[in-house]
Design a protein around this ligand. Structure first.
Ligand code: DAT
Length: 177
């Protein structure tokens, strides 16, 4: 059962396939809202919440228990914008809004190619986006009314997404005064 009783500010997850625009959205949102951008990637690296480096995927193998321990205090305080390409590990009771960003395949392909992703990782991520894996994970893990899907193909969409989340935040503050 979710409870916001200990939080004066909400916690928001910004999730989606790598390259959809999570970091860009989190940075813009953090600047406008004053909430903290919690880059899980950075936490994993800084606090060593991993079991080593996966050469094939060129990424850390995350130790989820360590990660949750590392962010628990901050998350319980509230006011975090959690930036991560998975969302099912965070306890429901911590989370007030889950934003799943989406991008068209061609747009995503170009973004991942520009990052020099290994072919196997690029293809898996494109498949995952097409199959709506992250959207389904969000819907399976949280109440449907807190999960929103937003398109992130260009800057106009990003601006309107940030406006929309800011609107949601103002309403949350009023409702939780
Ligand atoms: P993620 O954190 O999901 O991996 P990102 O924020 O690093 O994604 O974005 C990847 C690249 O795509 C980066 O060069 C910024 C660009 N991008 C992302 N979303 C965008 C949008 N809505 N409009 C324009 N560029 C965008």
């Amino acid at each position: 059962m979710a409870t916001t009783s200990t939080r004066k500010l909400p916690n928001i997850i910004i999730t989606g396939t790598p390259g959809v625009g999570k970091t860009s959205h989190c940075e813009a949102l953090a600047e406008r809202s004053g909430l903290k951008h919690m880059s899980v990637n950075q936490v994993v690296k800084d606090k060593q919440c991993h079991e080593g480096w996966d050469e094939e995927y060129q990424s850390w193998v995350v130790d989820e228990d360590k990660l949750l321990d590392a962010i628990e205090d901050e998350a319980k305080q509230g006011g975090c914008i959690i930036d991560w390409h998975a969302c099912d590990l965070f306890p429901q009771s911590w989370i007030d809004l889950v934003v799943v960003l989406r991008a068209d395949s061609t747009t995503l392909y170009d973004r991942l190619k520009a990052r020099n992703y290994p072919e196997v990782k690029l293809q898996e991520n494109l498949d995952s986006e097409i199959m709506e894996v992250l959207l389904q994970e969000a819907r399976d893990s949280y109440d449907e009314e807190i999960v929103i899907e937003l398109q992130s193909n260009d800057t106009d969409e990003m601006e309107s997404n940030v406006d929309r989340i800011m609107g949601w935040l103002e309403q949350w503050k009023k409702d939780n005064e």
